[in-house]
Design a protein around this ligand. Sequence first.
Ligand code: CTP
Ligand code: MG
Length: 181
Amino acid sequence: MNVLDIVVLAFWLMLPAYVPNNAAVLTGGGPPIDGGRTWGGKRLLGDGKTWRGTAGGILAGVGLGLVLNAIVSDVSGAIGVSLPEFPIAALLALAAGAMLGDILASFLKRRTGRERGAAFPGIDQLDFVAVSLVLTALVATDWFVEWFTVPVIVAILVLTPVLHLGTNAAAFKLGLKDEPW
Ligand code: CTP
Ligand code: MG
């Protein structure tokens, strides 16, 4: 596989993990997950992590994955790159893992004194990748090993921060997000 094919495959594999964060921005609001609770004088997670946003994010990621499954042979044929169908366990792990990673990052941000919306370079861009990959490796091991080869994982680690910064800057410009990160 050439570099472009690997990047396309990496993007395809991660789409169900990319969409939840953006969908959460659109569906977020209502009661926060931590219910306002604090630990050491700081919020446990903060008002930026809501039940609605989390559910909306997971549903969007799984829903997109089902659409991708329906069109995988057409897309593979059209672009000449062999792309996988997503097992349902992998879809759930990719989408829920992305949301969980983002939630864990907020937990760490609050523990390190960062207010809601503060940037946490590195963590902000890769938190959700780490947790979605680990969770997928656990629940869909054979599928994970078959598709997430070392070059694919390297592509994901390079591609994700670029995409994440780009989409968040766009959401900020559109007035959907309070900060450009
Ligand atoms: N959001 C949500 N539930 C989630 C994740 C995100 O409701 N599990 C929504 C919130 O409205 C949040 C917005 O998406 O404000 C942007 O997400 P994010 O940047 O992750 O949250 P921040 O508000 O920046 O808070 P934090 O500092 O905790 O990341
Ligand atoms: Mg933020």
